[in-house]
Write a protein that binds this ligand. Structure first.
Ligand SMILES: C[S@@+](CC[C@H](N)C(=O)[O-])C[C@H]1O[C@@H](n2cnc3c(N)ncnc32)[C@H](O)[C@@H]1O
Length: 257
């Protein structure tokens, strides 16, 4: 995943999320599914006398995260190539666990959040951003419709579900079973940004795993028509400040309890 692209896509979300973290200078912060580490670096800058650790299952993302942190000369940030569901974090070490869209893909969410909970200090908190449902996310609805077109719905490839934490009662059940308490949900209604113009936005959206996997399943002529429809959809969303789509996310907070 290209760091610049994803960080640009989520710039507005990021501002809201940073305010929700409430990081104090001495905090030790864990960033779950940190990708190329923008949020980990932000956390490290806020916790000047503390630290930030980013973990991700993607080795290339972690390599890039380390490179970017070195370039910025940050001394209190580290990255681990690890599955946050199973990694042996130090017990009761972190004041805060954060995540920007990195917690929706666990094979066993209860085990994963219980693992994160063990790593939190007694007063430790979890603050994560996740997508609300597919239907409430114009970007996903529009991409699906474009790929499907008049040929009808396309088979959605089975795989990680970015909307797995969209439903508050389900999330309360998962986090509660993991031992977390005081669970809150804040609605975040900000647009996603796909690029300054249609060609860049098309490249970006074609890079989504769900888009590329769907296109791969179509025969070449059907794939070309689907890309044409996607281009039209992106053009319809081009404004003065680039290609944007409406989106809905939750900021979910919880305590170790
Ligand atoms: C949508 S990306 C978000 C990346 C990053 N948080 C950001 O905002 O730039 C989701 C990330 O979660 C990571 N991920 C998925 N499952 C994971 C797991 N079990 N443990 C750690 N990271 C995971 C993926 O590799 C990916 O980098």
């Amino acid at each position: 995943m290209d760091a610049g692209g994803y960080d640009a896509e989520l710039r507005r979300h990021d501002e809201v999320l940073r305010r929700a973290w409430g990081i104090r200078p001495h905090d030790h912060v864990l960033d779950i599914g940190c990708g190329t580490g923008q949020t980990t670096r932000q956390a490290a800058r806020a916790a000047q006398a503390g630290s930030a650790l980013g973990v991700d299952v993607s080795a290339p993302a972690i390599e890039r995260a380390r490179e970017l942190a070195r370039t910025e000369g940050l001394g209190n940030v580290a990255f681990e190539h690890a599955d946050a569901q199973a990694h042996r974090f130090p017990d009761q070490h972190f004041d805060l666990a954060i995540s920007r869209f990195g917690t929706m893909f666990f094979a066993d969410p209860v085990a994963a959040f219980a693992n994160v909970r063990r790593a939190l200090r007694p007063a430790g908190r979890l603050v994560m951003m996740v997508w609300q449902s597919h239907e409430r996310n114009e970007w996903d609805v529009a991409i699906h419709r474009s790929l499907a077109g008049p040929e009808g719905p396309v088979a959605v490839p089975a795989g990680p579900d970015p909307f797995s934490l969209a439903d508050p009662p389900t999330v309360k059940q998962i986090l509660g079973a993991a031992g977390l308490t005081d669970i809150t949900f804040t609605d975040v209604h900000e647009p996603v940004y796909y690029g300054p113009g249609v060609p860049a936005a098309l490249d970006w959206v074609r890079g989504f795993t769900s888009t590329s996997e769907t296109l791969k399943r179509l025969d070449p002529a059907a794939a070309a028509r689907a890309v044409g429809r996607l281009r039209e959809t992106l053009s319809a969303h081009l404004g003065d400040d680039g290609v944007r789509f409406d989106s809905r996310a939750w900021i979910i907070t919880a305590r170790r309890g």
